[in-house]
Design a protein around this ligand. Structure first.
Ligand SMILES: [Zn+2]
Length: 76
């Protein structure tokens, strides 16, 4: 799994509807990607505060910002 796929699956992951196989791949990515760990923590906090993840919180703009950060990080 890469960061883009993780971002696309995070809602299912946090809502517990992600299939077991994908959940394992999701966790495997988290074990090697600190940026996604932070992202998941933020999304989990959003879910805890609102009871749901608003669609706009995973807007294209937010996604682009996140993926830009990933690219900068990987370029190192
Ligand atoms: Zn990642």
């Amino acid at each position: 799994m890469d960061c883009i796929e993780l971002v696309e699956l995070i809602t299912d992951y946090l809502e517990g509807t992600l299939p077991h196989h994908d959940r394992e791949r999701f966790n495997a990515h988290l074990s090697e990607c600190p940026y996604c760990v932070i992202y998941v923590d933020q999304m989990r906090a959003t879910l805890g505060a609102l009871g749901a993840i608003p669609a706009e919180s995973i807007s294209d703009a937010a996604k682009q910002t996140l993926l830009h950060a990933f690219r900068e990080w990987k370029r190192g």
